[in-house]
Write a protein that binds this ligand. Structure first.
Ligand SMILES: CC(C)(COP(=O)(O)OP(=O)(O)OC[C@H]1O[C@@H](n2cnc3c(N)ncnc32)[C@H](O)[C@@H]1OP(=O)(O)O)[C@@H](O)C(=O)NCCC(=O)NCCS
Length: 153
């Protein structure tokens, strides 16, 4: 069942939160799902919809300096490994580019090896930045220049 990628609404965010564990497992990231982002950055908050619900989503925005910042990306447990994460990133990159973005950026925790492998596969550089999240709190920072590598599958 191929999903359609469309702009996200606040109802979508409520739906995702109701099924939070299917996107994030044991990690509790509910507080990062800010409705204000969907309200204010509608073109760069996207969901992949299918008949059986939301298969994945990407939430982000474009900064005034031209960075398309991805705040959250997740695919549902039964939709992983199908290329959906890549499709969501491509749709986000297109939307961000339309708003003048020149590059993409995202962050993750040092232990999120799946996210690090995924972003590297999409062509991002990954760098550990000390104190990114406050004193003693390093994060992995992903960056890539647009366009995303179209040669990849
Ligand atoms: C990370 C995540 C979004 C990837 O989504 P996905 O739909 O499985 O990714 P895709 O199928 O589009 O994979 C794209 C490429 O990345 C690779 N990849 C994806 N997840 C990977 C993993 N955990 N380990 C190694 N490689 C991975 C795929 O093999 C694929 O490579 P290929 O082109 O050689 O086949 C998904 O695993 C997820 O939702 N994880 C939980 C939430 C999370 O941690 N989000 C990231 C927070 S920064």
């Amino acid at each position: 069942m191929r999903s359609q990628i469309t702009p996200a609404g606040t109802t979508d965010l409520h739906q995702v939160l109701a099924d939070h564990h299917r996107y994030w497992g044991e990690r509790d990231l509910r507080s990062l799902h800010l409705l204000a982002l969907v309200q204010e950055f509608g073109e760069t908050c996207l969901v992949a919809r299918a008949e059986d619900g939301i298969h994945g989503y990407i939430i982000g925005f474009v900064t005034p300096a031209g960075t398309g910042y991805v705040h959250l990306i997740a695919t549902r447990d039964d939709a992983r490994g199908t290329g959906l994460g890549r499709r969501l990133y491509r749709a986000f990159a297109d939307a961000a580019h339309r708003q003048g973005a020149l590059r993409l950026k995202a962050i993750t925790s040092l232990g999120n090896t799946g996210s690090i492998a995924f972003h590297r596969r999409l062509g991002f550089d990954a760098e550990i930045v000390d104190d990114y999240n406050g004193p003693g709190k390093a994060m992995v920072v992903f960056q890539c220049v647009l366009p995303l590598d179209a040669a990849q599958p």
